[in-house]
Design a protein around this ligand. Structure first.
Ligand code: SMO
Length: 761
């Protein structure tokens, strides 16, 4: 039989379960008899609460409990939801207004949780919530991403949460002063609603001593610490679990008020309580993505080399600071501010604003797609204004010598951008574009070609744990610290262990998402899981080999150093004993060597990895209707070494689909009162299968030097590349019609308006 190599497309074992409806999601596993939670939410975007009377609801049929913020405070809970807070350009601290778990005194966005009703049935909880008398005085809503308007928090009188900067402002100004040409472009990055297939949900139970909260998140350790602190519990008294999760995309990485309030309800009642979000409820309460506008400027010398880069971004935080709300368009954006270009000096200024809308936080890529979108749009504009081919301008300015330290302090260890781009130029048949454009023109259609050359910066830390246990039934269990949201971790990590330990894949059970079973892990996010989890598994296997070799040496009557392991069997010169790892474990068990049956490793990959790649999008626009079709799509990525090329390609397909959704159809609309007008799938268009082109995918690997396996993260890359590729293709198609400014989403109505020279709605 062919020995499984280190890079193999291996089908996902969990798919049979998922595709036949046997996934075990939060709504499937809530304990029988759990009470139902329903949240009364704010119907308005901004108001002062004048009274909140829940007495009638408490008396209603089937109701077990109603909780308001006063109840949480009376119970001694710390009701403040936390979040990272920046330091402003002037050295002061960014605004940190209180974000209460349930509304306190004011209502600040439609959908903000106000009270929890717990009843025997969901219908009873819902009916009782109708009996709650919430009175308030309306305040004007502030929904524009700018300073001014009605003050939302006293800590930020003009609604500006922060004014943050990075880079050398004076040196950058100097570069612009001596530039031969300066190119400017304003780039809008539309707000998206995440809409994971499975809505958020949780259940909580309290046995008198310990709290268990199961929720559909991206990892368990963040919430464990926060819950313990908020509820005044010893962390040992808190167990957090994640079952199967139907998509997270950054949105489910955060802690949300519902998890804390449900936990408190369970503690008060001593009974399990469950809650699952409905679609519109999720659209109003899940963290949204993007929502920023950037003025970008590039300074060029006479040879078209970039001298300096300057951006000024205005971003929306929503009504409160959420977990990563402040760092995303600042610290995370800065990681790839200058993209793949050798830019000697740069400055970024970012202002963040509170608005009476739901919080904006991580969304597939979290800051890096936003940064790449800006640099790749303005590079494309520069090529047009300088009269150069966009490919040529990129090649002139690509970073060529590695390691390369960027002006924002990242060290790109390796890369070969020209090689990746040349591969993509062939795959996309760029040479044949002119003929295809003529064909489209003959049918009354515009055709455009757009390139995005992206780079990502992938977390090395936080650290990850792994544990392997040999079980009495002759198999093994791998406990991992990360958490699948549907990407195929169950297969990938068990297969990885199998490849390196020789333990047959079907003898390995997989356990994730339980804070009682493993000590530490960073969860899924930032395209980090494969790099961190695979590398820690590798150290674990190394320890197993060493420990088993020492044990076997005695059995074989040889020195430990003479025992070899070839990924399948242990062997030693002079001994005809050639056991597999499972067989050694059985020998150890028979000898009472329990210490050889459980192995764990803890690793911290400090270095980041820098996946990069080229996306070419080709669009066709119907002049009469404004309907846009992505007719051709090509991706060539440098993901370093792949451990499962098929799943990597699947990640790219999904990522591209997510990017196309934002680029083509997803449009979040609030009215001036802060009411979300696009609060259902009738009004908010998600991409569908027939919006997706065939994505031609290939790789051009340059192994990372930052981790032993030479891997680079691939989970977010598709989304990072898609936004600018499609937008640049739209600009390419529309330029000849005199359209000089294109902003996502390219809905038929908006494209048609652009063609008419009409203002954009
Ligand atoms: S947007 Mo992600 O979970 O890093």
């Amino acid at each position: 039989m062919e020995k499984f190599g280190k890079s193999q497309s291996f089908k996902r074992s969990e798919d049979v379960r998922f595709l036949t409806g046997h996934g075990r999601y939060i709504d499937d596993i809530a304990p029988d008899g759990a009470l139902h939670g329903f949240l009364l939410r704010s119907p308005v975007a901004h108001a002062t609460i004048t009274s909140l009377d829940v007495e009638a609801a408490r008396e209603a049929e089937g109701v077990a409990l109603v909780l308001t913020v006063d109840d949480l405070l009376e119970a001694g809970m710390d009701i403040r939801m936390g979040g990272t807070v920046l330091t402003n350009r002037d050295g002061s601290k960014a605004a940190e207004p209180e974000r209460p778990m349930l509304a306190r005194g004011k209502l600040r966005h439609v959908g903000e949780p106000v009270a929890l009703v717990v009843a025997e049935t969901l219908q009873q909880a819902r009916d009782a919530a109708e009996l709650i008398e919430l009175d308030y005085d309306d305040l004007p809503a502030h929904v524009e991403v700018c300073a001014g308007g009605e003050t939302i928090h006293p800590e930020a009188p003009d609604n500006r949460a922060f004014d943050w900067g990075m880079g050398d402002e004076a040196a950058t100004a100097e570069a612009f002063d001596k530039a031969a040409r300066v190119v400017r472009l304003e780039v809008g990055d539309n707000r998206v609603i995440v809409n994971a297939m499975e809505g958020r949900g949780c259940y909580a139970e309290w046995d008198g001593a310990r709290l268990h909260v199961a929720f559909n998140g991206q990892g368990v350790w963040g919430l464990k610490g926060e819950l313990a602190e908020a509820m005044g519990l010893d962390p040992e008294a808190v167990r957090i679990t994640n079952p199967d999760v139907g998509g997270g995309f950054g949105m489910k990485a955060a802690s949300y008020p519902e998890y804390f309030v449900l936990a408190q309800a369970a503690r008060v009642l001593g009974k399990p309580v469950r809650w699952i979000s409905e679609r519109t409820e999720g659209m109003l309460s899940d963290h949204a993505g993007r929502d920023l506008t950037t003025m970008a400027e590039l300074a060029f010398d006479a040879d078209h080399r970039i001298l300096g880069y300057r951006i000024h971004t205005m971003c929306n935080l929503g009504a409160y600071n959420s977990g990563f709300g402040q760092p995303i368009q600042t610290l995370l954006f800065s990681k790839v501010l200058t993209g793949t270009y050798d830019i000697p000096t740069a400055y970024m200024r970012v202002e963040g604003f509170f608005t009476n809308t739901t919080q904006v936080d991580a969304y597939r890529g979290a800051g890096r797609p936003e940064a790449i979108y800006v640099i790749e749009r303005v590079m494309d504009r520069a090529a047009r204004e300088l009269g150069l081919d966009p490919i040529e301008l990129r090649k002139i300015n690509f970073i060529k010598d590695f390691p390369y330290k960027t002006v924002t302090g990242e060290t790109y260890d390796v890369g070969d951008f020209p090689r990746v781009l040349d591969h993509a130029i062939l795959d996309a048949d760029v040479a044949g574009f002119a003929a295809r454009k003529d064909e489209s023109a003959a049918q009354g259609k515009l055709r455009g070609l757009g390139l995005c050359f992206y780079i990502e910066s992938i977390l090395g830390d936080p650290a990850e744990d792994v544990r392997v246990e040999f079980t009495e039934d002759g198999g093994a269990v791998i406990y991992v610290g990360t958490q699948s949201n549907g990407q195929g971790h169950e297969t990938v990590f068990a297969k990885f262990l199998s490849d390196h330990s020789g333990i047959p894949f079907d003898k390995i059970a997989f356990v994730q998402g339980d804070s009682d079973l493993i000590a530490r892990g960073g969860g899924t996010g930032g395209s980090r899981s494969v790099t961190t989890q695979a590398n820690v598994t590798l150290s674990c296997v190394r320890q197993m080999v060493e420990g088993f070799s020492a044990f076997l040496a005695e059995e074989m009557g040889v020195e430990a150093a003479e025992v070899r392991f070839d990924d399948e069997r242990f062997r030693a010169e002079g001994s005809n004993l050639t056991p597999t790892m499972l067989e050694v474990a059985e020998m150890a068990r028979a000898k009472g060597r329990e210490d050889l049956l459980t192995w764990s490793a803890r690793d911290q990959i400090e270095a980041r990895s820098y996946p990069n790649g080229a996306h070419f999008a080709e669009v066709e626009i119907d002049l009469e209707t404004g309907v846009t079709e992505v007719v051709k799509y090509t991706v060539v990525d440098d993901f370093g070494n792949l451990i499962n090329p098929m799943l990597a390609e699947g990640q790219v397909h999904g990522g591209v689909a997510q990017g196309l959704g934002q680029a083509l159809c997803e449009r979040t609309v609030f009215d001036e009162d802060g009411q979300l007008l696009s609060a259902s799938f009738m009004d908010y268009a998600m991409p569908r299968a027939d919006d997706m082109p065939w994505v031609k995918f290939d790789v051009e690997p340059v192994p990372s030097t930052g981790n032993p396996m030479g891997m680079k993260g691939c989970g977010e890359a598709g989304t990072v590349g898609a936004l600018a590729a499609v937008s640049n293709a739209m600009q390419d198609a529309l330029w000849e019609k005199g359209v000089k400014q294109v902003d996502m989403p390219f809905t038929p109505m908006r494209v048609w308006s652009l063609l008419q020279g009409a203002p954009l709605a």
